[in-house]
Every structure is written in C-alpha cells, then in structure tokens.
Design a protein around this ligand. Sequence first.
Ligand code: VG1
Ligand code: CO
Length: 554
Amino acid sequence: MEIVATVPYEGQKPGTSGLRKKVSVFQQVGYTENFIQSLLNAIPAQQRNGCTLVVGGDGRYFMAKALNVVVQIASANDVARLVVGQNGILSTPAVSCVIRKRKALGGIIMTASHNPGGLHGDFGIKFNVSNGGPAPESVTNAIYEQTTSLSHYQLHRNVQVEFNQLGEHVFLDGKFVVEVVSSTDDYVDLMKEVFDFPALKSFLTGAKRKNPFPIIVDCMSGVVGPYAKRIFCDELCSSEARIRNGEPLLDFGGHHPDPNLTYAADLVAILKTGDYDLGAAFDGDGDRNMILGKNGFFVTPSDSVAIIAANSQAIPYFRTHGLKGLARSMPTGAAIDCVAKAEGLPFYEVPTGWKYFGNLMDAGRLSLCGEESFGTGSDHVREKDGLWAVLAWLSLLAATGQSVEEVVCAHWKKYGRNFYTRYDYEEVDAAAANRMMNELRSKCQSLVGMKYSNDKEYEVKECDDFAYEDPVDHSTTEKQGIRIIFTDGSRIIFRLSGTGVSGATIRLYIDSYEKDSGKHTMETQEALAPLVSIALAVSKLKHHTGRDRPTVIT
Ligand code: VG1
Ligand code: CO
C-alpha cells in the first residue's frame, strides 16, 4: 500500500447533487484522489470496514481515470467489494437500484449529470447512501470537512481491472473484490416488476390495435442508450421505436445532455413532423426526462408527475403498493398539489434536490414525486428515473387509449391548469447574484400586502426565504429560495443554482393556476408575462446583473 502526502484543495463542497467542476479542475494532481479519500474518511470506520460500494457513471470524459482512482483508493481503505457497471457504465437510477438490491453501504456516481462533458466540459462525483438515494447534507458536510484538512491518501497502484470483463476480479489475497456487472440487467429486472411488460409490448407493437405505436427516444449521447435499446428494442420488441444518439459519448457529441426545449430542440423538430406519437429525451446520467406528444406537444415536468399521480392505477407497482403520498420540490409547479387534494393524499413540499425525498420514502410516507427540472420518480428507487417516467407514460397511454395531448387536456379540465415557466440566467457574476438575493431577502416582509396591476391585479400574500424541516428526522434546511406568493396562489421564486461550475446561475420560476378551461389553450409565455414583469421589477434583476434576457427558458 502506498501512502501519498497531499494538501487540501479549496472548494470541494458538494452542491445540489454532488461535486461538480470543470474537467481541468479534477485533473489537477491529487484533486480526485483527495475527494475520494475524504469521502471514504467520512464513513465511520466500523461501517466502512468490509463494506460493499456500487460504482458507475455516465461515460463522460475523465470517468475512466476517476474509476481507477476510486478502485485503487477503495482497495486501501478497508472496502471489501466494489460492484462496478461494465466499462464503468451505470445510470444514476441504476446505481440506486443496484445499491438497494445488493444492500450495499452506498455508491459513487461519476457524472456531472446534465452539465456538458468532454475535455473542456464538466465532471462530477455524487455519493449515494445505503437507501440508494443521494447523501443527505449531514453526510456531504462531513465529506467537505474531511477535504479541508486532508494530509494524505492511500492506494494500491497495482490493483488494475479490465472493466469490460464481467465477473469477479480478486485482489489482495481475496480481501478486495471488484465485481463487474452488466450495466442494465438489475435495472431492467426492476422495470419488469414495476410495469406490465407484456401489456406494454402489445401496445407498442400494435398487437391489440390496428397499428404499432411509434415512439422516438433521444438519449443525447448520454448513459441511457444501452438501457433504452434493451428495453424498447429487445424486451418490448418495438420495431417502430427509434433510438437517437444511443451511444454514450465522452463529450455527448459536443451538446448539453439536458432534455429540455432548448437543448433537445432537434427532437422537438422531429416530433413536429407528426411521425411519432411519443417523444422522450434524457440527460447525461439518465435521471431526467422530457415527454413530448405528437406534433411536438410539450408536457411540462410539473404536469407530468401530476398526471402520472392521477393515473397511477395504470401502473402495476402502484396498484400493488398504493399511493402513500405525493411530493414536489418547492419551485415545481403546483399541479400535483391539486391531485393530492382531490385524492386526499398526504402531500409534501421539499427543497430542490432529490435527497430530500428519500427520508419520506424510507418512512413509507411518499410514493411518487417530481421536480420541475425534468425529474420524475417513485419509491421503486431513491433517484429520479428518466426511463421509468417514459414507461409510466406509455402505461397510461395504453390504459386510456388517448394521445399525450388528450391526456394532458383532460387533466387540465378536471384539475385546472398550472401555467409554469423557468428562466435561467447562467454564468452571472456571483457577487451581483448574491447582492440581488440579499436585497430580495431583506425586502420579504415589506412586500406582503403589495399590489401589482398588470392585466390582472396581483396582491402579495406571503413572502419568505423557504426553509424546510424534515418531518422524519427533523433536520432543517434554510435559505432554499425566495418565494413571493400571491393571493390567487400564483408564485414567483428566485434561487441560485447549486450545480453550476462557473459564476452563479439565477433561476426564476413562475407558477400560476388557472381554473377556467376556456383559458387553458393560452400560450404559456403569454399567460405568465404579467408575473414575469413583476418578478423582474421587484428583483431589479437587470440592474444587478446587466442581463436583459435569460440564457434558457424552460
Ligand atoms: C438542478 C435542478 C434540481 C436537480 C439538480 C440535480 O439543481 O434545479 O431540481 O435536483 O439540478 O439534477 P440546481 O441547484 O442547479 O437548481 V441532476 O439531473 O443534474 O443530478
Ligand atoms: Co441528471
């Protein structure tokens, strides 16, 4: 075993979901080693000793190097077994699935998720705990603490693994085993338990209808390709399923592997031809999804989770386990609130980041949840799950016999429509962004009761910086975003991103409820224009940042 002296690197603090930095930052001497050693140091010795960890990632640039670092350092720190996806490939939901199935102590996911990749792109490392979910803040803070005083890391340089060879690779006289497993098997088995594959197969192949159901999925050159091919082509035998960008690439073909109307615009264009009845896209690590209907009909993620909740009986998993409760992250559109209310289900509003859903799921209080950032999932794992969402949509389309657009419009008619949009201002000067947020925070009290009239009058009912107390372990999380809530339920939210790697990203979220079905066909940006202009005026965003338009609108 080799012990290498090192000095701490500043800023190794995990954000909303893992540590994310430019590849060049991870490439610095000892940077990745320091973080992995700190991560292992943060696990109490008695738990780490003899433990099993799951390791995988989305195949992006630098992953192969990081995988070697993880294996060599783990081998010198009392870890007994690593379960690694073939060639290192495992999607984020697949890691969650494998941790749970193997009863592992946790998992290390090598991805920067939806951030761009390649030599000049981003890399990242997420740590998940034994329930399969992202580490809670108490754990990520402990890791960060370790990084600030680290003096050495230890490794076995002679532990070298052929990651394309399935099976057990035994080292150190049997004290350390690297088990290379299929990237897809465990995950596909789980999907077969959650969904009715024979029914989906007959729906997609047209066995029960006149025609096959044509779908197109865009894997955006991320990790989902192999999973999508297995499920749609091999298992569901859909001759009409088209898989785009199905090979994981080091740099995602130079694109942002982020499934939204901006970065997956060419998929939207394909749907507009009318050749496909369903389109879907995923992010780099496979936990996000975008759902499109025929002719490019866009389902907002906030609507998507609400609609799955309202149609949960179409999914065998929910027929068996029931819906214990529903939840969304705070800035997510409130469509799911309406379903929870109508169905009399427990409902939770948590801060941004999937880690906050895990405790509720473990306590048996939550079955289905989502985030506006194209994240949808259930308690079948402890991560959001892109492919799961597509299979959920196919299940409900098969059950209702309606098109995507018909399902969505029927939902709005029954529950009302939440118009929703998010404006992102990327790479803003961090000091300016903080000034704007601080000023807003200090204004919160004085905004209550203020009236703004545009086309319609809006009166501020509440205004605060969102704080959350976990109902299970009573841990608290503060400063999760400024909320301006109006008397009609409309909301304006400002928060700073915790996944960006340079400068600050300001996110502005707008959510507005409309009961009147006569107004449901309005264009989103038109419907929300009055609230957008109030948000820009109240925050003085342009004055603080110099920006007169957002980088991305979703
Ligand atoms: C963003 C999203 C958040 C999501 C997180 C991780 O965080 O807003 O909803 O959970 O990314 O997603 P932030 O702090 O940048 O707003 V993933 O797919 O990048 O792991
Ligand atoms: Co992701």
